[in-house]
Design a binder for this molecule. Structure first.
Ligand code: AMP
Length: 189
C-alpha cells in the first residue's frame, strides 16, 4: 500500500503529478483544495466558510479541514492506497492525518516535496490564473500571501515526516515527464 503525501508550495505541480501517480499505482487522489472548491460550487455552509479564507490566500482552519478529510476518507476504501494533495498543511493536520491512518490500520508511507523557487511559482500561478477561474490565482498579492502561509505553517510538515525518515525532496523544475520520473525513482527506491 502506498499512502503518499505530495508536498510543496502552491503552483509546484502537486495536482498535475498526483494525476499521473494515481494512474500508475491505481491510488485514490484526495485534494483538499478540490474538495473545498466542490463545496463552494455547491454553496454549502462548509464552502462558504472555506471561501472566506481561500480568497485571501489564507489556510482554512484545521478543524474544518480535518473534519472534511475524515468524511472523504470514510467514503473510500482503496487497498492500493491514497495520494494526499494539499494536505496536511500544518503540524496539527499532520498529527490528525497520522491518527486517522492509524485508526484505519495503516500509515503514511512517503512524503515527496516538489522544490520550486518562489519567482517560478508566482509566474506559473499567474499563468494558470488566466484559465483556472480561481480567484486565488488572479493577483500576485494573494499568491504571495499563499507562499507566506506555506513557509510559515506548511513547510515544517516536511521535517515532521523527516523524523520518521519518510520525507524526500525532488527538483520540481523541468518537464512533466522528467519530474514524474524523479517521483517514480523515489517511490521505487
Ligand atoms: P490548493 O488547491 O491546494 O492550492 O488549495 C487552495 C486553497 O484552499 C488554499 O490556499 C487554502 O486556502 C485552502 N486549503 C486547501 N487545502 C487546505 C488545507 N489542507 N488546510 C487549510 N487550507 C487548505
Amino acid at each position: 500500500m502506498i499512502n503518499l503525501i505530495i508536498f510543496g508550495p502552491p503552483g509546484s505541480g502537486k495536482g498535475t503529478q498526483a494525476q499521473k501517480i494515481v494512474e500508475l499505482f491505481d491510488l485514490t487522489h484526495i485534494s483538499t483544495g478540490d474538495l473545498f472548491r466542490y463545496e463552494i460550487g455547491n454553496d454549502t455552509p462548509l464552502g462558504m466558510k472555506a471561501k472566506e479564507y481561500m480568497n485571501k490566500g489564507e489556510l482554512v482552519p484545521d478543524e474544518v479541514t480535518i473534519g472534511m478529510l475524515e468524511n472523504r476518507l470514510n467514503q473510500s476504501n482503496n487497498p492500493n492506497g491514497y495520494i494526499f494533495d494539499g494536505v496536511p498543511r500544518t503540524i496539527a493536520q499532520a498529527e490528525a492525518v497520522n491518527q486517522i491512518m492509524t485508526d484505519r490500520g495503516t500509515e503514511i508511507t512517503h512524503l515527496i516535496a516538489l522544490d520550486v523557487p518562489d519567482d517560478e511559482i508566482v509566474k506559473r500561478l499567474l499563468e494558470r490564473g488566466k484559465t483556472s477561474n480561481r480567484p486565488d490565482d488572479q493577483s500576485e498579492e494573494i499568491i504571495r500571501r499563499r507562499i507566506v502561509e506555506y513557509n510559515a505553517k506548511t513547510s515544517p510538515v516536511f521535517n515532521f515526516y523527516a523524523e520518521s525518515g519518510l520525507s524526500n525532496k525532488i527538483d520540481g523544475v523541468g518537464s512533466l515527464d522528467e519530474i514524474f520520473a524523479r517521483i517514480k525513482d523515489c517511490l521505487e527506491s
